[in-house]
Design a protein around this ligand. Structure first.
Ligand code: HAM
Length: 430
């Protein structure tokens, strides 16, 4: 017997529906905020994808040689593909440029709760602006999506890559070691991160600053940022980073968006390309991030383009679905007004098909009974599948231009005029 490949899943109708619901709301959000959808290939050249993700993702890519001997890989994220487009075909487009993508991604992660080898993201990238309102937009948009989906108690973990980079650059630490520090911080291994700094011969002042920094976090954003300012006062670009994060969060707050945050001065994300504000939303029910994003002003030039600033976010659709399930939030399903049309006799079948078509034209989801079952068996089947209405088409009623309409939940039925059928269903309260 064949099984799915390890880490791959079949999504059964109920889960597929939940995934598509999140996808649909994420697409609505893209339209509301002016992000145009692009569709890029699942397969890209290995070198493009490997160029600037992180060691960790690079090692977990599904990479192979195609039959033409090209080294290719399944995309582990959208950002590299979008950056490729912006550096090439879209390079002369006027800015700002807002791009949306949704689809499946592949990472050879160790399968566990909320971690799959094939997963879905809704990805938003905003190109062309270095200003804090661009960062604020990405936070507001993410908050809007999670709120519209009905998610509760989510909180944004927020930081800024240049706080740490400002300190370590000033101390002369090379980019390779800095990446190692960031990877360790991403895994919350603060002690080991400090050990790398110690081995790299940074100043005592730097070690004390880092120790204090890694402990600084809290829900009162401006209070935390006030402490961070004091801690990094000897490091000019770290101070500028704190100011930048302050402005972003101030804009979000003054816009009236209620964002629950946890500002963490030592927060780092696994990806290497970030150069500014970074964030991840969490819910208490799940210990993995629902999404992740941030500013990355240097990636486009790496792909051969001119320097174009960028900020973006990828929402993890699978994890959002898991959180909604845990919180007992389910999307309103089409079944609420669903109809099955059953023909009593062969001679009324054509009319049953005609009626089905008319009902669908009014937006009602309609299934036709196609198994040739008796009325009672067809009704039992409709009941089992949670269909809301049955329309029974029989030669006797048809003579008077009527059919039987049955409300499945109430087990009540009545004869209705065909001309009133759609109206009767739409107006009924089931
Ligand atoms: P990321 O943090 O690697 O960022 O992924 C974003 C989200 O994708 C995660 O928070 C998670 O919800 C989901 N995700 C990642 N890996 C898995 C997995 N193995 N199973 C299930 N869900 C997963 C990025 O991908 C960046 N490209 C985001 C970005 C866009 N930054 C700027 N623009």
């Amino acid at each position: 017997m064949f099984k799915t490949v390890r880490g791959m899943r079949d999504l059964m109708p109920i889960d597929a529906e939940r995934m598509r619901h999140v996808e649909q709301v994420s697409r609505t959000i893209s339209k509301l905020y002016g992000y145009e959808e692009i569709i890029t290939p699942v397969l890209e050249s290995y070198d493009l994808l490997a160029a600037k993700t992180s060691e960790e993702i690079r090692e977990r890519m599904y990479s192979f040689k195609d039959l033409g001997g090209r080294k290719v890989a399944l995309r582990p994220e959208f950002t590299a593909s979008v950056a490729r487009l912006v550096a090439t075909k879209l390079r002369n487009e006027p800015k700002p440029m807002r791009l949306f993508s949704v689809g499946s991604l592949y990472r050879y992660d160790e399968p566990q709760y909320g971690r799959f080898r094939e997963f879905w993201q809704a990805n938003y990238e905003l190109f062309g602006s270095t200003r804090p309102e661009a960062d604020a937009e990405i936070l507001i948009l993410t908050n809007d999506l999670l709120k519209r989906l009905g998610l509760q108690n989510y909180r944004f973990k927020i930081g800024h890559t240049e706080i740490l980079r400002g300190i370590l650059n000033q101390e002369g630490m090379d980019e390779g070691k800095q990446n190692s520090v960031r990877q360790l911080l991403d895994k919350k291994s603060w002690e080991e991160a400090l050990a790398i700094a110690r081995d790299a011969d940074v100043s005592q002042n730097c070690l004390t600053t880092l120790e204090r920094l890694f402990e600084t976090r809290g829900e009162d954003a401006f209070q935390v940022l006030e402490s961070v300012k004091e801690i990094v006062q000897d490091y000019e670009s770290a101070l500028a980073a704190v100011e930048n994060l302050w402005k972003i969060l101030e804009l979000v707050k003054d816009s009236g968006t209620q964002l629950e945050v946890m500002v963490e001065a030592g927060f780092a994300r696994g990806l290497e390309y970030y150069t500014g504000m970074i964030f991840e939303p969490y819910v208490p029910e799940l210990d993995v991030a629902l999404g992740g994003g941030g500013r990355y002003d240097k990636l486009i030039q790496l792909f051969g383009g001119e320097s174009i600033p960028a900020v973006g976010v990828a929402q993890g659709i699978d994890r959002i679905v898991l959180s909604l399930k845990k919180q007992g939030v389910s999307p309103k399903t089409a079944k609420e007004k669903s109809v099955v049309v059953i023909s009593m006799k062969n001679e009324s079948m054509a009319k049953a098909l005609e009626l089905s078509d008319a009902l669908r034209k009014s937006g009602l989801p309609v299934e036709v009974a196609v198994m040739g079952r008796s009325i009672s068996k067809a009704l039992a089947d409709a009941d089992r599948r949670g269909v809301a209405y049955a329309v029974i088409v029989g030669p006797e009623e048809l003579k008077e231009e009527k059919v039987v309409l049955r409300e499945m939940k109430k087990s009540e039925q009545r004869t209705v005029e065909i001309s009133n059928l759609t109206q009767e269903i739409l107006a009924s309260s089931t």
